[in-house]
Design a protein around this ligand. Structure first.
Ligand code: XIL
Length: 384
């Protein structure tokens, strides 16, 4: 795996004005004296990182001084929340809008942070632009779809390849509801989802031979994902059989307490099945990354102290398993501060209170979840 260049020479980036920070709210950041999560991760050869966005100072963005301070203090790697997705970048065939993703790339560089790329292809119609969903692939659909996909990947890697060491090449190609693959106009035109994956990974490998190429999944150890786990293992086997250049499995790790197991008072989880899954993944020679860590707390009681303790307990159990694998690399949080976390919209609590699934609360103060991450054993040193 290659570390990115320290300069963005190859990018025609926006001018310095793009970096202007529009607000510098004083951060109520409470852990200055503690070793950062990244320092703790680095002691075992890993990196700790977070998602960040490019909008205004009201979000989890580079313009929000308080948020940015937490991110720069705790992390050495960033991932753009939406800005590098097809929908955001490739707005019409061959027409790209790079400014928002550039802003994150420039900011990361100015802060000395590296980037993960997310995602060259999110293989769900819902997250592709309409023009792709409605695309007329003409008389030779497979050829046209391949060209569209390869052009997209080349353009994005052409723009950010010098600063991205690790790419989610394909995100979410498996559909657990249908217990099969997620189809899109691309897979229909190319003939199969496996063909889409093959084309995507080969294109990425050709465009950036030294970067870590990742297939990213949303399921993890919850019982409802047993079928999805099976499909992912099948897919990982297919990659190996077809010599598809996939280096790592990205496990998003939006772990869930969306109902309660009466024995633990936490969300149900299948540790044994999850370990077997992970054993099979690393047994095939894949590395693993936690790409989008946070915790859904919808089934937990209102009481903040109880809720925070249980979120931390659940997360710690999960991290203990994940960190026991020397094949585990980066640990990326999908947000560091509750207030800006996507779960507030995606999985809101019935009582109307904020979901408390990030290491920092909406007041920017560290919570027990941060302690759980910081005191997790960070496991065996990452194998290089
Ligand atoms: C989410 C963003 O956080 C939201 O802002 C957006 O509306 C939808 O996408 N899995 C992924 C991420 O791979 O890209 C998703 O991010 C969260 C789930």
């Amino acid at each position: 795996m290659r570390e990115p260049n320290s300069r963005l020479d190859s990018l025609k980036l926006m001018g310095g004005s793009a970096l202007a920070v529009s607000c510098r709210a004083p951060a109520a950041w409470a852990s200055t004296a503690l070793p950062s999560l990244d320092n703790l991760a680095r002691a075992k050869g890993r990196r700790f990182g977070s998602v960040i966005a490019s909008g205004d100072c009201l979000g989890g963005t580079v313009a929000n001084g308080g948020y940015a301070q937490i991110v720069t203090s705790e992390c050495s790697r960033l991932v753009a929340e939406n800005e590098m997705k097809w929908q955001a970048l490739h707005i019409a065939k061959g027409e790209f809008a790079f400014d928002r993703a550039d802003r994150i790339a420039v900011w990361a560089q100015s802060e000395g942070l590296t980037l993960r790329g997310h995602a060259l292809l999110w293989h769900r119609a819902r997250w592709l632009p309409d023009w792709v969903n409605d695309f007329d692939y003409g008389a030779h659909p497979a050829r046209a779809a391949e060209a569209l996909l390869v052009d997209h990947i080349n353009a994005v890697i052409g723009r950010y390849g010098s600063v991205v060491a690790s790419w989610d090449v394909v995100n979410e190609a498996v559909n657990d509801a249908a217990d099969g693959y997620e189809e899109t106009s691309l897979s229909r035109a190319l003939g199969s989802v496996e063909q889409v994956l093959d084309v995507s990974f080969h294109a990425a490998g050709n465009a950036t031979p030294k970067a870590l190429l990742v297939y990213n999944v949303y399921m993890s150890w919850e019982p409802e994902y047993a079928g999805h786990r099976k499909m992912v293992l099948h897919l990982l086997e297919v990659f190996r059989k077809r010599d598809t250049p996939v280096d790592a499995l990205g496990v998003q790790s939006h772990i869930q307490i969306s109902r309660l197991d009466p024995h633990t008072g936490l969300g149900p989880y299948e540790e044994k099945a999850w370990r077997s899954f992970m054993d099979a993944v690393v047994g095939m020679g894949y590395r693993v990354i936690i790409t989008e860590f946070n915790v859904r707390d919808s089934a937990l009681p209102t009481d903040l102290e109880v809720r925070d303790a249980k979120v931390a307990d659940y997360a710690r159990r999960y991290l203990d398993v994940m960190l026991s694998y020397p094949q585990l690399g980066d640990i990326m949080a999908w947000g560091k501060v509750d207030r800006y976390n996507w779960l507030q919209n995606f999985a809101p609590r019935q009582d109307g209170l904020a979901v408390r699934g990030c290491p920092y609360g909406s007041d920017h103060k560290a919570k027990p979840l941060r302690t759980a991450i910081a005191t997790a054993p960070m496991g065996a040193k990452q194998a290089s």
